[in-house]
Design a protein around this ligand. Sequence first.
Ligand code: PLP
Length: 405
Amino acid sequence: MQEIKDAGLYKNERVIITPQSSAIQVENPLASKQRSVNAEGSKRPEDSKPLSVINFCANNYLGLADNKELIQAAKDRMDARGYGMASVRFICGTQDTHKELEKVISDFFGTEDTILYAACFDANGGLFEPLLTEEDAIISDALNHASIIDGVRLCKAVRYRYANGDMADLEEQLKKAQAQRFRIIATDGVFSMDGNVCPLDKIYELAKKYNALVMVDESHSAGVVGKTGHGVTELYNLRGKVEIITGTLGKAFGGSVGGFTTGKKEIIDLLRQRSRPYLFSNSIPPMIAAAGIKTFEILTRSNELQDRLHENTAYFIEKMKAAGFDIKPTQSAICAVMLYDARLSQEFAAALQEEGIYVTGFYYPVVPKGQARIRVQVSAAHTREQLDRGIAAFTKIGTVLGVLK
Ligand SMILES: *Cc1c(COP(=O)(O)O)cnc(C)c1O
């Protein structure tokens, strides 16, 4: 613990005391500290009042985390089908609600079948091991999410890694992987620290050329990328073509919990028989599944939220660039404001909080050394005024700290 603290890597959690939204209240760090020191009886000091902030660091891309329709759908289903399942899916944990959500997800992505998990971390963790053996190969993007990395580790297949989005390198690795029986190329749809989209069109082409399957994790891209938010397969016109898609209900799709793998029927069938996080972990509660069903209904009956997210993101990035900030090229709702210096990223984020803007600064080892940044996540829930307040605060602090000339 001391080593973690000495390295400046100790993570403190900020406590939110309102629903998740674009405007939230966070507990003053002084109050949190006092609670842990003296849990009983002590009064909140005057200077530890909650802070009202505009939230720019949730994965709440479509603003659904406090959506009234989802809350109602969850309440109604809890009344009708109870609180929990107290079972894994294959023993006695499958309700009509789960089957309905799986069907709705397949329709959304244009896939053949879907299997639910408690989280996308589990979907990725339980994906590779049932499908591949030591005779096979996984070719993985170097910046893939930790859950894909762990899923790969749990599988005996031979591992190849290619530099982020580097198609020449992917081709090299695919050539080497011809030595194995089956091959899966695994990639994030959107890479969460930069906001760039994977070149799925080229990945798909190479997969055909070198006889590989494609797995794409749509956690940060589904609901966000593509004209109607159907993800990277919409963006690249590959609907129904990619063999395996994984995703989460914890980001754009309502922000609660739940993960899924969707794709070819034979693959989903095999996962239901063999995938360990599915076989040995509880079913998601019916109310969560019902709110999931409602989410996809909202996103298909109108494009309002997707349009607003795209407008908000374009507006924010254009204004930030005009103000002189160095923004990583992005095709998602993630806007990485590059500061390079780790300490500066922390000072900048703290100063923004004083201005009522809630963001997080990231530095090594979350991003490469010398690549510190503040990651802004835009939401359909942000009003124009909230975006303007964010941009004004960034500009003010950027000037004070000498980032803007
Ligand atoms: C957030 C995320 C996950 C984990 O999703 P959970 O449902 O929260 O477990 C998996 N993969 C990627 C790419 C993510 O961004």
